[in-house]
Design a protein around this ligand. Structure first.
Ligand code: NAG
Ligand code: NAG
Ligand code: NAG
Ligand code: NAG
Length: 363
């Protein structure tokens, strides 16, 4: 069991395929066979389930007890910037990767304590990844719609459920690959470009108030710039600078004079206040991202804000300019997708958002 389970645990779920990017320089393929496992079957799998363990979780093998919440979140911010910078480099075609490509046998445990082996999965490991300046990654799981991604090789559907990342002991976040993925809830079409899933964002509301944002703001431009990518490799969400600023103005109006603003020197673009999200923001309105075909992603305070230290919280939305590259696209990150099961149908190009407690889906 060890190999596969560990590999998947270490991976922070993302849609990129660094390992299979444009310029793969590969030697002869290596094949690693796992020891024969009892009761393993090689039947065509329908529903492969694996736990997703975030780096902040006590269940993560690299969980560091002495790391403070602030240190963890600063790492998250660094990862997010690195991730979004990398996505933008892909859009501008500056990115490339080289590494080793191999065939692997993946082994998944089944709920009845058996296991399923899937042989001959093309699997890659990127060594030299241009525009990856993030030292924190252990690996990237390819979930895009290209033929070589894991998602395409195993089935043409997948879904993931992300509960509360602040709950370090929760153990119900999971990824399902294959026909049996959970595709429920509100559908919206996606367009896969350069291995990224673009969805059509139509607006943002705070409570009942729809923000005054021109619909063209989120469109993909002729030169490939713009658009809205849904991603799990970035923790934060990045929106066009004026949209982020507009959101902030609304937040400031709602919070009024009762909260003191805090400037974080390293990230002056983060909007932060003195206070505790769970104690002081009770009753703060839900922020809703609206997508085509009527699909919504509702962000409660735990998804829209992030507690940076015991006494400082920040809006978990950054401006795309923070990544420093041009051709900016918005990125909807992992915090915004908390409390949701998100399903992808790669054949029909539909993503589904279902607000749910992941515990109800696990098992
Ligand atoms: C990969 O290629 C390099 C350079 O050609 C060679 O030195 C090395 O032995 C090769 N490794 C394998 C596993 O074939
Ligand atoms: C696995 O195989 C062993 C021995 O072949 C058998 O005793 C056991 O019941 C099997 N377990 C399952 C879950 O099929
Ligand atoms: C754990 O976190 C502490 C505090 O940030 C740090 O000094 C230490 O190097 C970390 N340990 C590991 C193994 O990363
Ligand atoms: C944006 O991307 C397009 C096509 O990908 C490219 O032609 C253009 O030069 C890029 N613009 C900038 C400012 O990088």
């Amino acid at each position: 069991m060890a190999l596969v389970q560990e590999t998947l645990i270490l991976v922070l779920l993302t849609f990129s395929t660094w390992c299979f990017s444009t310029s793969i320089s590969t030697n002869s393929s290596t094949t690693t066979s796992l020891a024969k496992l009892p009761n393993a079957t090689t039947a065509k799998p329908k529903r492969l389930v694996t736990k997703l363990i975030h780096q902040r979780s006590v269940h993560h093998p690299h969980y560091n007890q002495s790391e403070t919440a602030k240190e963890r979140i600063e790492l998250d911010i660094q990862h997010s910037i690195a991730r979004v910078t990398y996505l933008h480099a892909r859009i501008e075609d500056h990115s490339s990767a080289s590494g080793t490509l191999a065939y692997e046998t993946l082994v998944f445990e089944t709920s009845d304590e058996g296991s399923i082996q899937i042989p001959n999965i093309e699997f890659g490991c990127g060594r030299d990844i241009v525009y990856n300046n993030d030292p924190g990654y252990n690996g990237i799981l390819g979930l895009n719609n290209a033929p070589m991604s894991l998602a395409s090789q195993i089935g043409h559907k997948f879904s993931y459920c992300i509960g509360s990342l602040a709950d370090k002991s929760s153990n119900y976040n999971q990824l399902i690959l294959g026909e049996g993925a959970d595709l429920e809830g509100y559908p919206t079409h996606f367009q896969a470009l350069r291995g990224m899933y673009y969805i059509t964002m139509e607006g943002i509301s705070i409570g009942e108030k729809r923000l005054d944002i021109a619909p063209a703001t989120f469109e993909i431009k002729e030169n490939g710039a713009g658009g809205v990518i849904i991603d799990t490799g970035s923790t934060l969400t990045y929106l066009p600078d004026d949209v982020q600023n507009l959101l902030y103005k609304e937040v400031r109006n709602i919070l009024g004079g009762s909260f003191r603003k805090v400037i974080i020197e390293t990230y002056p673009w983060l909007y932060c206040y003195l206070g505790v999200v769970s104690r002081d923001l009770v009753g703060f309105p839900v922020v809703t991202f609206h997508f085509a075909q009527g699909a919504d992603l509702a962000l409660d305070t735990g998804s829209f804000f992030e507690q940076l230290t015991d006494s400082v919280f920040c809006m978990a939305i950054g401006p795309v300019s923070a990544t420093g590259l041009d051709n900016r696209s918005s990125v909807i990150g992992l915090l915004a997708q908390q409390s949701y099961n998100v399903g992808y149908d790669l054949v029909n190009q539909i993503v589904y958002f279902q607000r749910i407690d992941c515990q109800l889906l696990s098992g």
